[in-house]
Write a protein that binds this ligand. Structure first.
Ligand code: FAD
Length: 310
């Protein structure tokens, strides 16, 4: 694992550095290669371009960890706005939304869990009315139980709601078994957060092995696996496991992040696979960008250069 991963993930949580970096105008720099824009319009435009290329999309309104109820409400409003815009452009057959519960109130003191559930319900209702779905992003391991419990509640009324599980966590294989049932949409990713040794594998090989075990459970199960990775090895293994378990194309999908391996996204789609691109948009790009830099520290030089050259 890169020596820079840990410091960069710690910086991702630093409010002071966030404040300093976020005020710098890096719009033309590396931020733009991962985030197409700040507004609903820019997100919907980017969605339209990808859909025209035969890809599907999930849109994430950037933001996390809010301790402010008004901010949480503003995030809900942003989701309603983007769902209406997707619907007006006829894009909801191909585009859904991804939501971080911490951005809609999960950490608010006292009734955070309840507020996040109600806010998520509002977004799920709007998504259903627009003809699309919601996936609940997964944040660090301290939120897993709370997120899965909100998911269970939401699925009583909105069974189409998607979950995310992280192969880095030791509990995830068991969570995959619990969620590999009919109608269950599960995104499997490696996990983007700095996690302690007692709950998470630390070594890349161990995380990859866990990813493959989880893939087997999901692909052999009855649900709809969403295979979120840019790792060529994982994509190859997923493809052979899909054949082994008799999975037809379209009974699972690949997912990648906006701006990462775009040629591979198109190659898979051209081969008949369903491929969904995760598009983050909005002003709160700091934490997202830091996690991407932690995964690929070679991009740090571009980032620093874009700060200096402004
Ligand atoms: P890595 O182990 O990071 O990389 C393996 C290989 O992939 C590299 O060696 C390289 O060949 C290739 N690769 C990786 N990055 C690049 C790049 N920038 N350019 C070119 N090649 C590259 N994490 C969460 O914790 N919660 C979530 O809800 C969540 N949602 C996600 C949704 C989607 C659609 C995706 C794709 C990821 C999501 N993640 C989420 C992030 C995920 O957990 C990983 O941190 C991230 O995807 C990096 O892991 P990887 O599988 O791509 O493989």
């Amino acid at each position: 694992m890169s020596l820079l991963r840990q410091p960069l993930l710690l910086l991702a949580r630093s409010a002071a550095v966030k404040k300093m970096v976020s005020t710098m105008p890096v719009s033309a720099g590396i931020v733009r290669s991962y985030v197409p824009g700040e507004t609903t319009d820019s997100a919907v435009e980017a969605t339209g371009r990808l859909v025209d290329d035969g890809l599907r999309v999930t849109l994430d309104h950037l933001g996390e960890d809010t301790l402010d109820a008004e901010q949480a409400e503003a995030t809900v409003a942003a989701y309603l706005d983007v769902l209406a815009a997707l619907s007006a452009r006829g894009l909801t057959r191909h585009a859904e939304v991804s939501v971080k519960l911490s951005a809609i109130g999960q950490f608010l003191p006292e009734s955070g869990q309840k507020i996040a559930l109600e806010n998520a319900r509002t977004i799920c209702r709007a998504a259903r009315n627009a003809g699309t779905t919601v996936t609940l992003d997964m944040e660090d391991h301290t939120t897993t139980d709370s997120t899965l419990s909100i998911l269970r509640e939401l699925r009583k009324d909105f069974p189409e709601t998607g979950a995310v599980l992280q192969a880095a966590l030791k509990r995830t294989e068991a969570d995959c078994r619990a969620l590999a049932h009919e109608g269950s949409r599960v995104r499997l990713c490696k996990g983007a957060y700095l996690e302690p040794e007692d709950v998470a594998f630390q070594d890349k090989t161990e995380i990859d092995k866990s990813y493959v075990r989880c893939l087997k459970v999901l692909l052999a199960g009855e649900g709809y696996p969403m295979i979120a990775t840019h790792d060529p090895r994982m994509v190859e293994i997923a493809s052979s496991l899909a054949s082994r378990y008799g999975r037809a194309q379209g009974s699972y999908e690949y997912q990648m992040l906006y701006g990462i391996r775009p040629e591979e996204q198109r190659r898979l789609a051209a081969a008949g696979e369903t491929v969904r691109v995760y598009i983050p948009y909005g002003l709160e790009w700091y934490g997202y960008l830091m996690r991407r830099l932690a995964e690929r520290p070679q991009n740090l030089t571009f980032f620093l250069r874009s700060l200096i050259s402004k």
